[in-house]
Design a protein around this ligand. Structure first.
Ligand code: SF4
Length: 315
């Protein structure tokens, strides 16, 4: 399988680009995820010409604005340079399907980066890093996550699900923008979307049904925005249970009463938090291989990412 390209804060892959001349090598990104992802390292501070080591910068609240300034000399302000670098980076990252950043960086931090007063004391405000904040506005559909948050199994599974979905979306629809490809994508992703948001599942279905009022490019861009926004929502055990029962509905007529009861028991054990999601999914997949139609076997929900990543093994 071809690796999926994702961008990453350069210090996370061990490059010595930090203000102190060091790095923040991420064991998880490099040792666990690198079998599936090809990393494109980006350091915006080096990108705007800052050396390593360099004097540190931080976020400063000035009137209603948040600026990025050198800690020991607020006359040095790199806000505009970092935002401009985000715009210039866009053309270099057209083919990426995700972005992993480091937390609490005034350039790369995705959220909750500390903000200081002009006198250097901390405020009770927090914000995004200037570079990544600008980039996320320019490409709102791009899955972005902080490396530290990937330690949380639910956030990790959510991010990697989005990356794989977005990669497939780009390969199968954006690069071949035809209605039939959009319909095929939606048909394969129905239950995955339903697990994240029932409302989005209905709205995306209505979009695909296209009443003819939208051009294909507009339809595709509206679908993409709603798809990626809905997948950001963490799928709850209640919604997974709902989807599992929907899929079970495709099997019922071919199963013995013992097999039906076995599946129901395992779904209920999952609902009660006794077993992890991978348990009912494995059992359902087993019966689908024997009795499932192509349509249901092809559902992205059943295998949204490689099983080796072990992402559905949490309670
Ligand atoms: S700017 Fe970003 S990539 Fe560069 S050192 Fe800081 S956190 Fe790492």
């Amino acid at each position: 399988m071809q690796k999926i390209k994702i961008a990453i804060s350069s210090c996370l892959i061990g490059n010595q680009v930090r203000y102190d001349g060091g790095h923040k090598r991420s064991k998880y990104c490099l040792d666990v995820m690198s079998d599936w992802f090809e990393y494109q390292p980006i350091c915006p501070e080096m990108g705007i010409g800052m050396p390593s080591p360099r004097p540190p910068i931080h976020l400063v609240s000035i009137n209603d604005d948040i600026r990025v300034q050198q800690v020991d000399d607020h006359a040095i302000d790199v806000t505009a340079d970092l935002k401009d670098y985000a715009k210039r980076t866009l053309s270099k990252i057209r083919d990426i399907s995700g972005y992993i950043v480091i937390r609490n960086s005034p350039s790369c931090g995705m959220e909750r980066v500390r903000v200081y007063h002009e006198n250097g004391n901390p405020t009770n405000l927090s914000s995004q890093g200037a570079y990544i904040g600008e980039l996320m506005q320019l490409r709102p559909e791009l899955p972005v996550e902080e490396e530290g948050r990937l330690q949380d199994p639910k956030l990790r599974e959510n991010f990697i699900t989005r990356v794989f979905a977005y990669d497939e979306w780009n390969r199968t629809v954006v690069k071949q923008p035809e209605l039939k490809n959009l319909v095929a994508f939606h048909s394969r992703y129905k239950y995955l979307i339903m697990a994240h948001s029932y409302k989005a599942y209905r709205e995306l279905g209505q979009l695909v049904a296209n009443d003819g009022s939208k051009s294909i490019p507009k339809l595709i861009s509206d679908y993409e925005a709603l798809l990626m926004q809905s997948l950001r929502k963490i799928a709850s055990s209640k919604s997974h249970t709902n989807v599992l029962y929907h899929i079970f509905g495709y099997l019922k007529k071919n199963l013995s009463s013992e097999a039906k009861q076995e599946i129901i028991n395992v779904i209920e054990q999952y609902r009660s938090g006794i077993v992890t999601l991978i348990t009912p999914i494995t059992l359902v997949n087993h019966y689908l291989k024997q009795f499932g139609s192509d349509y249901i076997q092809n559902q992205a929900y059943l295998n949204p990412h490689p099983i080796e990543l072990g992402l559905r093994n949490y309670l």
